[in-house]
Write a protein that binds this ligand. Structure first.
Ligand code: MG
Length: 457
């Protein structure tokens, strides 16, 4: 049986792998999974091919007697919130942070979280086996519009924070929407709580002329400059579907999501009392945050990489303060148990306003290591081989192998794992100094080199 789903839905290059034919057939399979009469919310990000793919998916869903409600362009977390409140499930056409030529399809369960792996297998089975059409009497309803979802979502995010506190602080922020659907919500959310907003790359454009859709501290240079130039209090950079937010401080420094996630978790613990004092984060997060949060009485639960795993574990365990990822995905559990870039932006504003001090000062509380993240092209077999080599090479050190292998050294850590969404091997490491981190990276590259012959960097 073939496999369609990666870590985060089905992804492919538009017009090559991600075709209307695939979308139609996948739509039928998803429709068979939800069943006749199910009410499904459908939406998309700005990506090329999106308008074609939503039509094909919608036709496939409708062929199974599913009722489709089309929300149009919106962030994934807005669609997820809409599903949680009003529908039986959702389908989002997006390739999130992938390069511009990609598009994809995510399936959302009734609680607003992407469906679990075993349910994806059911859809895969329907896809490869093929499903018949619905009975004619069930095919009378055409697709309806669901244009109210964005407003409902913005209201929900705004209602989470104390707008008065934020307004009094007279903050300003730069938002880099990455030319996609974050443009439709985050500037409005911040505006509603009295933050003055300057925008960068907030014109919708499927060609992503401003920057790559993945928000990393490196490709948010322009936003960082704008924060300094405008003397703003913070900056936000979203990915293609705005479930992620990388945060920039008043000095123009951009933080990975693990450090910001730790700061927001500590803040949320004090402002949303009664939540179980724990947080969930992937093994790719720095070990530094564990020390920081432990001191505040918050337990860190390490998880495999992937936001769906984190969401599902939080639901299974009966809640948490938060879940977060180093890539900028932050889940504010009192709002919804999925990553939400707009919610993250509002929380950052609230945290700064409540603290009454600059974000750069708030972040000083979290220890600083030098981090390197890189990826090397690698097939699945090459990546598996590389993980094995690293495991053997550092066998005298403590290791966690929930996902790839994480090595805990004295004053450093290394994570080597195959990506779930791209044919690459991801290498992340941290050490006390830049020099040590660079030497460590060379060492790791040497260790895995025999596995990756033929893969070009
Ligand atoms: Mg995303």
């Amino acid at each position: 049986m073939g496999k369609l789903f990666g870590t985060d839905g089905v992804r492919g290059i538009v017009g090559k792998d991600m075709t209307p034919e695939l979308a139609l057939r996948l739509g039928r399979a998803i429709g068979a999974y939800f069943g006749r009469g199910a009410r499904i919310l459908l939406g998309r990000d700005v990506r090329s091919g999106g308008d074609i793919l939503v039509r094909a998916v919608s036709a496939g869903l409708q062929s199974q007697g599913v009722k489709v409600y089309y929300a149009g362009l919106l962030p994934t977390p807005a669609l997820q919130y809409g599903v949680k409140e009003e529908y039986d499930g959702g389908v989002m056409v997006t390739a999130s942070h992938n390069p511009p030529e990609y598009n994809g399809i995510k399936v959302i369960g009734p609680e607003g979280v992407e469906i679990p792996r075993e349910d994806e297998a059911v859809i895969e089975e329907y896809y490869f086996k093929g499903v018949g059409g619905g009975e004619w009497r069930s095919l009378t309803l055409a697709q309806s519009e669901a244009a109210h979802i964005i407003e409902m979502y913005i209201d929900a995010v705004v209602s989470q924070v104390d707008g008065e506190t934020v307004r009094r602080a007279k903050l300003s922020a730069v938002v880099d929407c990455g030319n996609s659907v974050g443009s439709l919500t985050t500037p409005l959310i911040l505006g509603r709580i009295g933050v003055r907003v300057y925008t960068v790359n907030c014109n919708l454009d499927p060609l992503f002329p401003g920057r790559e859709p993945e928000p990393t501290p490196h490709n948010l240079d322009l936003a960082s400059l704008a924060v300094k130039g405008m003397k703003a209090d913070f900056g936000i950079g979203h990915d293609g579907d705005a479930d992620r937010a990388i945060v920039i401080d008043d000095q123009g420094e951009a933080y990975w999501g693990d450090r910001m996630g730790a700061a927001l978790t500590a803040f949320a613990r004090d402002h949303w009392p009664g939540l179980p004092p724990r947080t969930y984060t992937g093994v790719s997060s720095s070990t530094v945050i564990e020390d920081y949060l432990k001191d505040k009485g918050i337990e860190v639960v390490w998880t495999p990489v992937g936001s769906v795993v984190i969401s599902r574990m939080i639901l299974r365990d009966g809640g948490a303060i938060s879940g977060f990822e180093e890539n900028g995905g932050y889940m504010h559990v009192p709002h919804q148990v999925v990553r939400d870039g707009g919610m993250t932006a509002a929380l950052v504003a609230y945290m700064i306003a409540a603290a009454g001090e600059p974000l750069s000062r708030i972040m000083e509380a979290i220890p600083r290591y030098h981090q390197i993240k890189t990826k090397i092209p690698a097939s699945k077999d090459q990546a598996r081989c590389a993980v094995e080599r690293v495991r053997e090479h550092y066998s005298n050190l403590r290791q966690v192998d929930i996902d790839g292998v994480k090595v805990f050294g004295d004053g450093f850590w290394i994570l080597v794992r195959p990506s779930g969404t791209e044919p690459v091997l991801r290498i992340m490491l941290e050490a006390e100094t830049r020099d040590k981190a660079e030497k460590l990276l060379e060492e790791v590259k040497n260790v895995v080199s025999t596995c990756l012959r033929g893969a070009q960097e």
